[in-house]
Design a binder for this molecule. Sequence first.
Ligand code: FPP
Length: 255
Amino acid sequence: MALSEQYQDLLAQIDPAKMPRHIAVIMDGNGRWAKARNLPRTAGHKAGAEALRRTVEICREIELPVLSVYAFSTENWLRPLEEVRFLMRLFIEYLHNEVALMNRQQIRLGFLGDKDGLPPAVRGALDEAQAATAANKRMLLNIAVNYGGRDELTRAVRKIAAAAAQGGVVPAEISEQLIGDYLDTAHEADPDLIIRPSGELRISNFLLWQGAYAELYFTQTLWPDFTKRDLLTALLDYQGRRRRFGQTQEQISKD
Ligand code: FPP
């Protein structure tokens, strides 16, 4: 095993009492990774799919309940048509190839985003993979495609307004809990940790509502280079943070 792939030392440092319930990752830097190697951007995305495989594997290994990854935003349609087409094919290929492994590892596939705006072949592959893994209980892997946090909130508001117009929702009773129930992540834990590789210090419209109290972790590493060690390093950094949720440190220490 190459040195970069060894991670037992980091595994041994994990505090089981401080495990996040949900990690979210903005998979960024594929293009720059490819450019640095004089390769087409598509080669970066292919290597990005490998990084995703590694990340899913290590998350399953540490028994993380939920992993969400940002694969394609509502704004990514503006990219060159060839790149968009390549990414859509890559998503389909990944879904077809990974289902058997997901079943072996008891991973259920979830989806975040507006499925109606996806090409039928991608929608079909997602539906198929979700149905094939629906009974798996050990981990939920959410793939965000055609996802935008503002778009998700807009869709939720439309549904709530429609329910209110029908009398099913009373406006005065609209609560944070109810809004959460109308989001793509309904009934899932909010992300505790959001990781963004590639040196960009932005949230880029990812899990805007759910990430209200998430700890943010940024690294210069480009996504295709992201290893299991990188994931564990982010996790250990998270475990060293003091989460206060708006309270004072004294209040937290008393609990
Ligand atoms: C952002 O990097 C990345 C994307 C828009 C695509 C993400 C897709 C993958 C990681 C492929 C694997 C995913 C699945 C679900 C199989 P960028 O291209 O914007 O990089 P740059 O900022 O360096 O140009």
